[in-house]
Design a binder for this molecule. Structure first.
Ligand SMILES: Cc1cc2nc3c(=O)[nH]c(=O)nc-3n(C[C@H](O)[C@H](O)[C@H](O)COP(=O)(O)O)c2cc1C
Length: 252
């Protein structure tokens, strides 16, 4: 089974592509994912998730607390990131034994800090990731052990252990989220939130205090009617939207 967490679809696409190439199936990690997960001898456990502040999303860390793995199981993880994963995979390796770990560079979805990349640039990243995905699937199918190919980046120790810690402590607040006049209370933000942190009342969304910063609500709003403070007003929106034809068509 491949377990994945995804806010804007990058990691979901990776998980589904891997499932197709390895004959496996996928389960989305949400607050409702059934616990505990037991991985038996000879079973395969895959984990796909986005990097948040050179670290693991909190929901993924929590998920890992409830997994037991019998020896003889094959375990691997793939993270997606805009540029650098830092030592996130080391944090993961400290939690459970991994036979293979890889990172894939994908379009960056952190619009609180950055403008979205233009579509051509984003597609180029996805095409490159797609080529690497085939190689990763080959390793998984061969049950290769000791594989590690991660874009760690510079100053990884500082970024993961200080930046990641500060992010988890101070940046997970949903308070800056607000809806604008364009909101028609369709409730999509509520439905896509992986932690059930949004409720609709008086025809507008309200955020609670269990936010992962996955960006699903703000990025997937069909009316562009959600902002995070003022920082997202001019940063555009990104959701994985590429077709397999676009990805495979390297002439285009
Ligand atoms: C809160 C947050 C923090 C992020 N931190 C990093 C980071 O430290 N390094 C990086 O390369 N990308 C970072 N990103 C970008 C995402 O890891 C990347 O876009 C990922 O592919 C998104 O996956 P998803 O579409 O499955 O949610 C961050 C994104 C978010 C939302």
């Amino acid at each position: 089974m491949i377990y994945y967490f995804s806010g804007t679809g990058n990691s979901e696409w990776v998980a589904r592509s891997l499932a197709q190439q390895t004959g496996d199936s996928v389960t989305r990690i949400t607050k409702k994912t059934p616990f505990p997960v037991e991985v038996k001898k000879n079973e395969v456990f895959g984990l796909v998730f986005p990097i948040y502040a050179w670290s693991l999303p909190r929901i993924v860390s929590d998920f890992l607390k409830n997994i037991t793995v019998e020896s003889g199981a094959y375990c691997y993880a793939v993270c997606t990131c805009g540029a650098e994963a830092g030592y996130a995979m080391r944090l993961l390796g400290a939690r459970m034994h991994m036979d293979g770990v890889w990172s894939l560079i994908m379009p960056d979805n952190y619009i609180v800090a950055f403008k979205v990349e233009d579509d051509d640039e984003a597609l180029e990243k996805v095409r490159h990731a797609n080529v690497r995905l085939h190689e990763i699937a080959d390793h998984i199918n061969a049950r290769d052990c000791g594989c590690s190919d991660v874009h760690i980046g510079r100053f990884a120790f500082f970024k993961t252990f200080i930046g990641g810690h500060l992010f988890n402590r101070y940046a997970l607040s949903a308070k800056p989220f607000r809806s604008t006049w364009a909101c028609n209370a369709c409730g999509l933000c509520m439905r896509v939130c992986p932690t059930g942190n949004i409720r609709i009342a008086d025809d507008m969304p309200f955020w609670g205090d269990d936010c992962q910063q996955c960006m699903a609500c703000i990025q997937r709003c069909p009316k562009h009617a959600i902002e995070y403070g003022r920082s997202t007003e001019k940063h555009g929106r990104y959701v994985f939207h590429f077709t397999q034809e676009q990805i495979e068509d390297t002439d285009g």
